[in-house]
Ligand binder design. Sequence first.
Ligand code: SF4
Length: 373
Amino acid sequence: MKDLSIYIHIPFCTQKCFYCDFLSFKGKEEYFEAYKIALLKEIEDFATLNKDKYIVKTIFIGGGTPSILPIGYIGEISSKIYSLFNVDKNIEFTIEANPGTLCLDKIKHFKDSNINRISLGLQAYQNRLLKKIGRIHTIEDFLQNYENIRKVGFENVNVDLMFSLPTQTKDDFKETLDNIARLKPEHISTYSLILEEGTKFYDMYEKGEFSLFSDELDRELYYLAINILQKNGYNQYEISNFCKPNKECKHNIVYWKRKEYIGFGLGASSLINEKRIINTTNFKDYINFNNNREIEILEKRDMYSEFIFLGLRMTEGIKKSDFYKNFNIDIYDVYKKEIEKFIKNGLLIEEDDYLRLSKKGIDLSNVVFSEFI
Ligand code: SF4
């Protein structure tokens, strides 16, 4: 049996955060039930054809805001998976949660539904900033829920943070990092604000209502995060991800290492047998069981470049021997020119079997990645 990871997309939110271009909608509460039915059917259809081929190692319910669903929904989704698939007893089973949609009973429901990891979207420790970026919760909501999550017995918690937010100061971000590190979540992700088309921030930017941080300031905040988190015992194992020993997010590592995963739900993508499959992004079609998938059979070149730009996100880098194992060709036979150039200008480091980004390479990772694509 092959290892499999499952991603489940819940495309509902209470309101759209001003920076967010994820596939999610507000105000669709009346469709929760129809969506769940379509989702369970999709899971069932896949399992009917494939269940004995796989053992499920990780499940990630993301969105959107999965925690917006009423109590009972997550249990049904979990039971469906457990009844249809072989599930590893050491599974990592994550749910994303917005502190504005949680309560003690919901957290207990997650626990009863086999979930063992909660990923909390906080973003900033200042109510002023939370309001400014369109979050629906306060820092007090976060703290109350964090306490409840621990009370219920969750021992694996991630907190998402953002930097380079409009009006955010270096002191704000330092306060955020210090306060969160003090709470000792097992995992912390921190991403810089990226202006995405179609978001409220993009409109505001176009109208000249706010300006982006300079690259220098953005990098300063990034290094502040690395310093504070490392001092607090967090290991940076990926460009934007930090964890306590052995608490890496196994699910995300599956993406970065290009292992197989199946995505269920609106717009969810899968990587199965070197095919990239993307579900329909049309909500009406999805709930009416017209899931017209886009299927891309990956060319060798796509596989090589994905292996490199996803793998280089991890601080350990990529193993040259893994490249050979996966593709039966030496990495230097494909990318000699690029690798030598980046090593020479200090963006890539070669150490034994590994190639990894240097500090400068992380700052310029987009430049590096684009040359491999
Ligand atoms: S809660 Fe998450 S998915 Fe929903 S709008 Fe905000 S950032 Fe996007």
